[in-house]
Design a protein around this ligand. Structure first.
Ligand SMILES: *Cc1c(COP(=O)(O)O)cnc(C)c1O
Length: 346
């Protein structure tokens, strides 16, 4: 049976070229700064994002956490969207480990913040108030349909942040998806951000890893926090080697994932009992609702037939990636169509 795993782009496996690079990587002890392959990846990442420096981390969650800990201290707050991954899906790390409070503002359907609300939310210095120590954006915005924010979106938020002396962090887990979707260089998308994290382990198909970029001073601070949370790794070139291949060869192909996502969305729109707007599809995340039957039963049925994904209630999200080709999309659509018909409620 064919298996089509649409749960996430995190399920991607390294390409054959990545595996070769990993096997042959030159290594050293990175805590001593000695791993030449990792040093090369960090230099490359900083250059690609147009920042002074970069630090490799185990995960996107670790990247965001150490960025927050570098910008903010105990009793400070960060302002982020109420649908931000940092707020909803990172286990409250900044608050549990850093004593940092989350001040959330409503995200609109593209993942943007309202500029007036943002301006009003930044705390003036006052003994009663938390200090606003960071503002966060997410690009592309996972929970807002995978929408990309433009360079202008980021600039308007950065303007407000910087006018108040507050740094802007961009959670750019899928920033390269935003870049290819908008046909805008990544450097443009993050030029006004003081720090930015991106994932190698999602659409870029590396087995492990994220990178945090910013000024020399910021990255120095982040390295110390990384050590404190147990993220100082040793012969890490074995995984950094895959990251170098990813930055060289896996970015442009994200266009393919966006094309398969579009085909998937158009096909789903033809299936009775599925509520989807195939126009509202900016990148590789396909969100829809099951309205014509019990989603739990439909999910079980598609899973039995090798299509992984679905949810027992709430929105469904299918994600396209390096492991999904157009035959997989055809198969997934056939399985979805059959399952929706089988469990259709009149
Ligand atoms: C996946 C993701 C992360 C975290 O990445 P992990 O590597 O899973 O910890 C952070 N932000 C966004 C927007 C993500 O989609």
């Amino acid at each position: 049976m064919r298996e089509v795993d649409l749960r996430s782009d995190t399920v991607t496996h390294p390409s054959p070229e990545m595996r070769r690079a990993m096997a042959e990587a030159e290594l050293g002890d990175d805590v001593f700064g000695d791993d030449p392959t990792l040093n090369r990846l960090e230099a490359m990442a900083a250059e690609r994002l147009g920042k002074e420096a970069a630090v490799f981390v185990a995960s996107g969650t670790m990247g965001n956490l150490i960025s927050i800990l570098t910008h903010a201290g105990r009793g400070d707050e960060i302002i982020i969207g109420d649908k931000a991954h940092i707020f909803r899906s990172e286990a409250g790390g900044a608050s549990a480990l850093g004593g940092v409070a989350y001040n959330t503002l409503p995200n609109d359907n593209r993942g943007m913040l309202d500029l007036d609300q943002l301006e009003a939310a930044i705390k003036p210095p006052n003994v009663h108030f938390t200090r606003t120590a960071m503002i966060g954006l997410e690009n592309t915005h996972n929970a807002c349909g995978g929408a990309p924010l433009t360079a202008d979106d980021t600039a308007t938020v950065a303007d407000i942040a910087h006018r108040h002396g507050v740094p802007l962090h961009v959670d750019g887990a899928r920033i390269f998806n935003a870049s290819v979707a908008l046909e805008t260089p990544v450097t443009e998308l993050v030029k006004d951000a003081d720090s930015v994290s991106f994932c190698l382990s999602k659409g870029l198909s590396c087995p492990i890893g994220s990178v945090v970029c910013g000024t020399e001073e910021f990255v120095q601070g982040a390295r110390k926090w990384r050590k404190m949370v147990g993220g100082g790794m040793r012969q890490v070139g074995v995984i950094a080697a895959a990251g170098i291949v990813a930055l060289d060869n896996m970015v442009e192909r994200l266009n393919d994932d966006h094309a398969t996502a579009r085909r998937l969305a158009q096909g789903l729109a033809q299936i009775p009992g599925i509520d989807i707007n195939p126009e509202a599809l900016p990148t590789n995340l396909v969100f829809f609702k099951i309205t014509g039957g019990d989603p739990a039963l439909i999910m079980e049925e598609i899973n039995r037939n090798g299509v992984k994904g679905g949810a027992a209630y709430g929105d469904w999200r299918f994600v396209t990636h390096y492991g999904i080709d157009s035959d997989d999309i055809d198969y997934a659509l056939d399985v979805m169509d059959a399952a929706c018909r089988k469990y259709a409620t009149a």
